[in-house]
Design a protein around this ligand. Structure first.
Ligand code: PGA
Length: 248
């Protein structure tokens, strides 16, 4: 049985003052039936961990370097994220791939670093609108999954997030049939490559998940939760998404 995961990605948003949203989420979900994760900017991970106290809520980073320490000005390692209380790290987000030229090989190296630091890696894959229009969605996803996920992936160390680039921050979402098609393809590929772990690896959908569409998305086969950007910033938006996942 895969434990469902409601993951929030604050991206480059938030502040110390915004951490009161965590208090509010804890008040609304004292004993969540699903795993709840919030990934704030790295500067705020330690404070968020502190706010989460003894709860089952988890925090994580949005990226890490592929090395654990060294002369890499401005970078942050998986070891450092773990040191301040992170349990997860998002890797290969399309914004990292686009803004920082991250390749599948680099993402795979970061995943190995995350595992070495005992972080769970959330590996993001997703097609652009042009790739979907060209009928290349499944081919692109397969290539990204093959290249970004190293040997050794297992349910305990890896989560895959399907995030169509054209659905991120746009308010547009794929149809449930389109989500089902990609998630089934991801699961099948995991079965071929990691036969003993494929059923344990969680698959998240991400891209414009909102309180109004969460239940419909969570009803899709092989959707084990969501990676939520904008709607994770406020407890008033993220709470109904957590509730929809609990009810799914
Ligand atoms: P969004 O972002 O929910 O704001 O579309 C999702 C993501 O990029 O993880």
């Amino acid at each position: 049985m895969r434990q469902k995961l409601a993951a929030g990605n604050w991206k480059m948003n938030g502040s110390r003052a915004a951490l009161h949203e965590v208090d509010e989420l804890l008040r609304l979900h004292p004993e969540p039936k699903v795993e709840v994760l919030l990934c704030p900017p790295a500067t705020h991970v330690a404070w968020m961990r502190e706010r989460m106290g003894q709860s089952t809520f988890r925090t994580g980073g949005q990226d890490c370097h592929s090395e654990h320490h060294g002369a890499h000005t401005g970078d942050i390692s998986a070891t450092m994220l773990a040191d301040v209380g992170a349990s997860y790290v998002i890797l290969g987000h399309s914004e990292r791939r686009a803004d920082h030229g991250e390749t599948d090989a680099l993402v795979a190296a970061k995943v190995r670093a995350a595992w070495a630091a005992e972080l769970v890696a959330i590996v993001c894959v997703g097609e652009t609108e042009a790739e979907r229009d060209a009928g290349r969605t499944l081919e692109v996803i397969a290539r990204q999954l093959a290249g970004s996920v190293p040997d050794g992936a297992a349910g305990r160390n890896t989560v895959i997030a399907y995030e169509p680039v054209w659905a991120i921050g746009t308010g547009r979402t794929p149809t449930t049939a389109q989500i089902a098609e990609v998630h089934a393809a991801l699961r099948a590929q995991l079965h071929r490559r990691f036969p003993h772990e494929a059923e344990a690896i969680r698959l998240l959908y991400g891209g414009s998940v909102k309180p109004g569409n969460a239940a419909e998305i969570f009803a899709v086969a092989d959707v084990d939760g969501a990676l939520v950007g904008g709607a994770s910033l406020r407890a008033a938006d993220f709470s109904p998404i957590i509730a929809a996942l609990e009810a799914a």
